[in-house]
Write a protein that binds this ligand. Structure first.
Ligand SMILES: *Cc1c(COP(=O)(O)O)cnc(C)c1O
Length: 371
């Protein structure tokens, strides 16, 4: 098999059989013509059930994650939802206590009457084990976590889940298969927000579920995609394929610049803590070095005492102040005010998504804003 880099460089570049177009155009048609005998010559019937552009993306996602199947959804949260709906009423989930805010919000609203969960510090060995009950069917992991960048040992967690007969799903949004390969480490499912690094240009909303095996649990996810229709639209699938062609190059630069920004912040007197697994002082540093190809391009930092973190974000000019991550432009975000009154993010915390600008410009921008 070819290297992931090569598969990515050719994403969406299978020539169009009809025209020879090197980059096949997105197939926007909602329906597909039948032949005189009633058959479907191209194998496609109706766009909710299947679409060639989406199928090309799904095939590539399964390949680069080392999975058997992938389903592309309308958003990262639709992909999370696709996994949760495959559980049964009364099932229990264990998840990180600093899990992506939207996951908890989904469970507290849409699933409030059907699923239960326990939030635990999954960076702590033993915490997941203590949280598993006889009703637990799924452990949900996110590493590095958001926004504290805690590291969970995925191989150890996978061993625990196997021993207890519980599924392990990993949110791979922050890492992509270039930095971390959860299925190789023993996870059953990887979930992505394609909105972030995969599409990579802050102009697509999308998500995906990738499964290690095409088993019964996968079938429930696949049926949900077809029957309920939260599918990724063809144009977004096409843009995601286009974004994936440069994923390796983007992520390499973003990770290098993030390391420089983290070192700068770590040495700055106004900064109390830097959460970045590439720093030797980070509690998850050793595990991150083992399970990640690089520490990633996300970091967060906490200002001393009563400093106004939101005001600092407002003083940056190269960093854009917005939520989301993984685009070519660097973002700074005060998580606590984005998440609202139920936030668990510290008030003094700012999260950075490092983009493709020159790192010296990013550091100068932060230096000026820190004063
Ligand atoms: C953004 C994000 C999601 C949700 O994805 P959407 O595309 O916004 O629905 C889920 N998990 C993580 C870690 C994210 O960053």
């Amino acid at each position: 098999m070819l290297h992931i880099d090569t598969l990515l460089a050719h994403a969406g570049c299978t020539p169009d059989a009809a025209t020879g177009a090197l980059v096949a155009p997105p197939v926007l048609s909602s329906t597909f013509a039948r032949a005189a005998d009633g058959s479907y010559p191209g194998g496609y019937v109706y766009a909710r059930a299947g679409n060639p552009t989406r199928a090309a993306l799904e095939t590539l996602l399964a390949q680069i994650e080392g999975g058997a199947r992938a389903a592309a959804m309308a958003s990262g949260m639709a992909a999370v939802h696709a996994v949760f709906q495959a559980l049964h009423p009364g099932d229990h989930i264990v998840l990180p206590d600093d899990v992506y805010y939207g996951v908890r919000h989904l469970l507290d609203t849409v699933y409030a009457r059907t699923l239960t969960y326990t939030a635990a510090d999954l960076g702590e060995p033993g915490a997941a084990e203590a949280a598993i009950t006889p009703e637990t069917k799924l452990v949900w992991a996110e590493t590095p976590s958001n926004p504290l960048l805690r590291i969970t040992d995925l191989a150890a967690l996978a061993r625990l889940c196997t021993a207890r007969g519980v599924l392990l799903a990993v949110d791979g949004t922050w890492t992509t298969p270039l930095l971390q390969r959860p299925l190789d480490l023993g996870a059953d499912l990887v979930v992505h927000s394609l909105t972030k690094y995969m599409a990579g240009h802050s102009d697509v909303l999308g998500g995906a579920v990738v499964a290690r095996e095409a088993n019964d649990f996968w079938d429930r996810i696949a049926v949900f995609q077809h029957a309920a229709g939260p599918v990724l639209d063809p144009f977004s699938a096409w843009l995601t394929l286009r974004g994936l062609r440069s994923l390796r190059a983007r992520l390499d630069v973003q990770c290098q610049s993030a390391a420089l920004v983290a070192q700068f912040l770590d040495a700055h007197a106004a900064v109390a803590t830097v959460h970045y697994p590439g720093l030797a002082s980070h509690p998850g540093h050793a595990v991150a070095q083992q399970q990640m190809a690089a520490p990633g391009a996300m970091l967060s930092f906490v200002l001393h005492g009563a400093s106004d973190a939101q005001a600092l974000a407002g003083r940056t000019t190269v960093f854009r102040q917005a939520t989301s991550l993984g685009g070519t432009e660097s973002l700074i975000e005060h998580r606590a005010s984005v998440e609202g009154t139920t936030t668990r993010a510290p008030q003094g915390l700012l999260r950075l998504s490092i983009g493709l600008e020159h790192p010296a410009d990013l550091i100068a921008d932060l230096e000026a804003a820190l004063g």
